[in-house]
Design a protein around this ligand. Structure first.
Ligand code: TRP
Length: 341
């Protein structure tokens, strides 16, 4: 996209991106390859806000100390992968009260029927049948608020969130239809390099941090763990190294991870393994993963040892985000008819 206005030489305003990630556990290599790494690539071309979606996490019961720890770690990880807090707004959702305020208003413009059709709600309520709370039900409304508050143009999301993005657009259109153009209608952003990483033990399913430990590689796994998990990763009964996700999902997943971390084209990568066995692939892949994660982990440790720096980052993020969010929120409050303060 050409963002320079050639006629008068002034740059057009960059499009705005907002995305969020929940602090429910340490991100996996799949989260890194599929989402986080792209956040960094986008930060040069777009005006980006990246949010740690801690409010969303309490739709499932959390242990307070763990939630706090995981949230702080996630911020340190975002910095460690190279997201520059001067260039991007990095913030905790719970620090910007406008999210919950807008969420209440938008709840009143969202129908029970729409929410009950959300597949994630159905899945999560089946999984947590002892805690089907109202927050879980209206989770997509909070997510819509996250996006609409910042007038985001583009929202990078995984396939599991496209239904939520669709409902966000519906809510925004409905609101705009009643009150005029209050919200920008966001679109999904599907990155070119967003390879989907599958479970190491069940490679037809997405790699997930809620599965048993040997199914995924955490971004904080040490080299021994990486080695052990890749060694135990399921392959296929025949020994040929070929990229064939349908018939050879295990090997194809390992190849996908290697090619997306090194940037090698899949064909060339597969050729380089001609006549070699799974052992070589696994050992090379282990090295590649360790080489990727080690520098990130070193930086992560530095940030975790500098709490006051982290505090500076999250305070400044909250301040910037609140300023933007308040513009939209006050417009909404006025439109719906509340008396101005
Ligand atoms: N619901 C998203 C997930 O679990 C996280 C999220 C919350 C989000 N708010 C968002 C993603 C806004 C994109 C935009 O993955």
């Amino acid at each position: 996209m050409n963002q320079q206005n050639q006629s008068n030489g002034t740059p057009d305003k960059k499009l705005r991106i907002l995305s969020g990630i929940q602090p429910s556990g340490t991100p996996t290599l799949g989260n890194y390859i599929g989402a986080m790494r792209n956040w960094k690539l986008l930060s040069n071309d777009y005006d980006c806000l990246y949010m740690i979606a801690d409010l969303h996490s309490i739709t499932v019961r959390q242990e307070p100390a763990k939630l706090r720890q995981q949230s702080t770690q996630l911020l340190a990880l975002l910095l460690a992968i190279g997201l520059d807090p001067e260039q991007n707004i990095l913030f905790f959702q719970s620090h910007v009260s406008q999210h919950t305020q807008l969420s209440w208003v938008l709840n009143c413009f969202t129908y029970m029927g729409e929410m009950s059709r959300m597949t994630q709600f159905k899945d999560k309520s089946a999984k947590h049948s002892d805690n089907i709370n109202c927050g879980l039900f209206t989770y997509p409304v909070l997510m819509a608020s996250d996006i609409l508050l910042y007038q985001a143009n583009l929202v990078p999301v995984g396939a599991d969130q496209t239904q939520h993005l669709e409902i966000c657009r519906d809510i925004a259109n409905r609101f705009n239809g009643i009150y005029g153009n209050v919200f920008t209608i966001p679109e999904g952003y599907f990155p070119k390099f967003g390879a989907k990483v599958m479970s190491l033990q069940d490679p037809v399913r997405k790699m997930s941090k809620s599965d048993p430990d040997d199914c995924f590689i955490s971004m904080l796994d040490n080299p021994d763990n990486v080695r052990r998990k890749i060694k135990r990763a399921v392959t296929d009964s025949d020994a040929a190294i070929a990229y064939d996700p349908e018939n050879k999902p295990g090997v194809s997943n390992l190849l996908t991870i290697q090619s997306s971390l090194t940037g090698e084209a899949m064909d060339a990568l597969v050729d380089s393994y001609a006549g070699k066995g799974y052992g070589v692939l696994k050992s090379n892949l282990t090295d590649v993963i360790i080489e990727t994660l080690s520098p990130i982990q070193d930086k992560f440790n530095q940030y975790m040892n500098d709490k006051s720096y982290l505090e500076t980052v999250w305070r400044s993020g909250a301040e910037h985000a609140s300023r933007l969010a308040e513009r939209t929120l006050s417009k909404v409050m006025k439109k719906v008819g509340f008396v101005s303060k």
